[in-house]
Design a protein around this ligand. Sequence first.
Ligand SMILES: [Cu+2]
Length: 488
Amino acid sequence: MTASRQDVATLGSGWNKTLLNYAKAMQAMDNQPLQDRTSWKFLGAMHGFDPDLWRQERLIQAGAPIPSDLTNNTFGDQCQHGSWYFLSWHRAYLFAFESIVAAKVKELTGDDWALPYWNYLDSKNPKALYLPDAFVAKTLPDGTANPLCRYPRRPGITKLEPNGGFSLVAMEEDNFLIGNGKLGFGGGITDDFVHFDNMTGALESNPHNTVHRLVGGYMGDPYLAGLDPIFWLHHCNIDRLWEAWMNTPGKTMVHDPRWLDGPFDRQFIVPTPGDNAPGVTFTSKDTLKGGKYYRPYDDLVSGTGVKPGASAVARVNMGSPEKQIVQPIGANAAVVTVGAASVNTRIDLEPTATAKGVASMGATTAGSEVTRLYLALEQVRGSAPSPLLEVYLNLPAGADPAGHPECLAGSLTLFGLNAASKTDGHHKGNGLGYSLDITDLAQRLEAAGDFDPDHLRVTLVPGEQISDAAPITVERISVLKRSGVVVR
Ligand SMILES: [Cu+2]
């Protein structure tokens, strides 16, 4: 593993050497027993592991023993979502995976190998949304079955079919976290190991969750996602987006010791090449530049939404995260259940605070107050692995949401809803939490005379995986006002 990580689109079409070697290594690793910590399935089970589901999927034979290190709170079932550990945990997980695959490639072919990334939002590449050819080819060049498409995806998928809001808008956020973790790029605060916690960071929500759902199949379920070889190229791109973000002027990464050194109740651990080596524990700080899990990329510009040496976009700098204030200015009254039909709910707003917030949304003069508005969905629960929920604001009464894209606040992929809603084990059953930046939409509504500072009408529209038989519940929907002072 010597070369830097490269865009898979630059490696050549079809069976280029990197992907052919990946397929060879995967084939060999997928034949290793689950007990082996460098086996394909063990590495997948580190992300999420559910013995019943795995038996049902015939990933383990009925009656076969389950390795204890997958169920004893060490290696198994570790993935971190909905918290500020999302990016750092997945970075070390990628590093461990890449080291193990590279060692296997070396053993089989003598070649060096580095994990490539799938640059799906590269606007300069007309094929960016397509899965690389090698992931959909039926056979390897020698005519044998292609292991890179061994595990199920959305039927017939060859490319990501984006809908409402698959984008790099997360890269516009300037702060890893603000308002005690209520909002931000990187996820909510926790001191503890929590598989799925309450606040999904902007990058995790989109494009990360969105790509999981769009690929579908195993990728759409955290208990199975790590088994699809495309998972690793997807996460490599998410990791690169984080790195690009950290390297952009004006962005503030977190320096909180709880993030740097946590979690404190259970240690993260990854395996290393070599049969059942003891594994290495790590904390978030090991994943930053200079740390043992840091890896460079060939390019932090293309498909990242950032320009070299300049701020990502022309979003107004709201000042240091410690000085910004995030406060609720209204919430709905009761739990909302969404089945097959759309559901409306009303948020009563504090009119003075709202009017003031709306008036200063567009502020650009240095020293003046500037605000952004967010819709927060808290404790979302349900049984499906990655349902789609669309959120509209102030739809005309009785209107069909599909006819009013201008009222769409965002599309949420509730990736891991199944895991986050389980009440047993370490998931706590708290469900998932999301925020949607509604600043631009609120400004448009205000300009059109459709924004009443007394209340906001919210319409939740069920997408795939939400039905009367598999409804979702949203404990609370609130509007958050984020205030800062324009810095130039
Ligand atoms: Cu993921």
